[in-house]
Write a protein that binds this ligand. Structure first.
Ligand code: GLU
Length: 433
């Protein structure tokens, strides 16, 4: 099994192409195969080395490390060779129409209620003086195109209903279609998973594989990714790891969500790529759009953190978060950055809300009781037991003023676990107010 991810280095990875990279990575990983990175940088104007680097760094951070990588701009000589061969075979032909002519023809066809398919000439086109041609691939109209799509099931295309695609511009530059096939063939890619916006490309490309005498890869086209409310907005979709960092979420939260949306499997908080790969199953993908939301990433993020032991995070936790403190806090953080705000609760200055007269006296009494207590896991039980007996308070009236005074928060970790971790002198001072 050999898969590949083929982004154009014309921007950073966004949620949609991270998902495609992930699918191909997981498929290869599960099968013990290889996952390649191919940079589709034939468009010299829009591709930059900076974006190429950014893509590699992003994949690294995501843990989607390719076994090998290459760029299309290094392979022009090879494309030329195949191009010449296809020309000799009559599968590539020169075209001299101007964009205006093509547009006019399109309009005429549409006006007649006909599909705007490029009208291929009989035989070769006549050269036009002084005009450099662009080049099209001649589809074989007699060879119906069929494949069993890994997600969409049986696919069927009539080549006569598809325009012969332009594969090369008049200036010699390459369009996406043919180089991709040459690369997939030369690298013996066995499986291609990509978005359903490529289905028609795939139909054309299968004829290119055949024309090259290369084996066809298995194809799977996943339904597009949308937001809860419809199209994925720029803010939601255009940013991948930038958005993740802005929101302070974990990589695995994003990957957990992206693996399962659009499938019949539930979204779960999964801690590592091995586990994601083990459960990855193309046959669980449906044809309905995959709904993505950063809110769901947030929910999964919290779940992941709640389950993550100290050792796993040790090098990323801020100074002052000891194993004991993480144990107490982890059930209450939605993002890792939240622990910082809890640090002051252990030994710093907190802002506690105003207390009324009644609570003031109650908390003074609490300080008195607390002072005499052994500061261990029994402290909270002993404190509240004694206060209950002394004051007759119970429930919220008993607990909430203590929590507010000691932590400054209305909710948070279990007080029984938290209290012994708060420096005793600080705790007494907070109760005294
Ligand atoms: N560069 C193409 C894209 O990003 C690659 C498509 C593919 O063959 O997977 O759409």
């Amino acid at each position: 099994m050999k898969t590949r991810f083929a982004p154009s280095p014309t921007g950073r990875l966004h949620v949609g192409n991270i998902r495609t990279a992930l699918h191909n990575f997981l498929l290869a990983k599960k099968a013990g195969g290889q996952f390649l990175l191919r940079l589709d940088d034939t468009d010299a104007e829009r591709s930059t080395p900076e974006y190429a680097d950014a893509i590699r760094l992003d994949l690294d951070r995501l843990g989607l490390e390719p076994h090998a990588m290459f760029r299309q701009s290094d392979r022009f000589a090879r494309y030329e060779e195949v191009f010449d061969q296809l020309k000799r075979d009559g599968r590539v032909y020169a075209c001299y129409e101007t964009p205006e002519e093509l547009e006019l023809r399109r309009k005429v066809l549409l006006g007649r209620g006909l599909p705007p398919i490029y009208e291929r000439p009989e035989g070769e086109n006549d050269p036009v003086d002084g005009v450099a041609p662009h080049w099209r691939f001649r589809l074989d109209h007699d060879a119906v195109i069929e494949w069993e799509d890994g997600v969409r099931g049986p696919q069927h295309f009539e080549p006569a209903k598809i325009s012969d695609p332009v594969i090369r511009r008049a200036d010699g530059s390459w369009l996406y279609m043919l180089p991709s096939v040459i690369d997939d063939a030369d690298h013996a890619i066995t499986h291609v998973v990509r978005g359903e916006d490529h289905v028609t490309n795939s139909a054309i490309q299968l004829q290119m594989f055949d024309a090259l005498g290369a084996g066809r890869p298995s194809l799977a086209h996943t339904a597009l990714i949308v937001s809860d409310t419809g199209k994925l907005s720029k803010r939601e979709g255009a940013k991948g790891l930038e958005a993740l960092d802005e929101m302070g979420f974990e990589v695995m939260a994003l990957l957990s969500v992206l693996t399962r949306i659009g499938t019949s499997q539930p979204v779960e908080a999964v801690h590592d790529l091995e586990a994601l790969a083990a459960g990855f199953d193309l046959s669980s993908f449906g044809r309905a759009p995959a709904r993505f939301s950063w809110d769901e990433v947030g929910v999964v993020n919290a779940r992941l953190l709640h389950e993550t032991p100290y050792e796993t995070l040790a090098d990323r936790l801020p100074e002052g978060v000891t194993p004991e403190r993480w144990e107490v806090l982890r059930g209450n953080v939605e993002r890792l950055g939240d622990v910082t705000s809890w640090l002051s609760v252990f030994e710093g200055v907190i802002e506690a809300p105003e207390r009324d007269e009644g609570d003031r006296a109650y908390l003074a009494e609490a300080a008195e009781v607390a002072e005499g207590l052994a500061w261990d896991e029994g402290a909270w039980g002993a404190l509240t037991g004694e206060l209950k007996a002394r004051t007759g308070r119970k429930g919220k009236a008993l607990f909430l003023p203590l929590r507010l005074a000691l932590t400054g928060q209305r909710s948070g970790p279990e007080m029984a676990a938290l209290l012994p971790l708060i420096d005793k002198e600080h705790a007494l001072a907070r109760l005294r107010g």
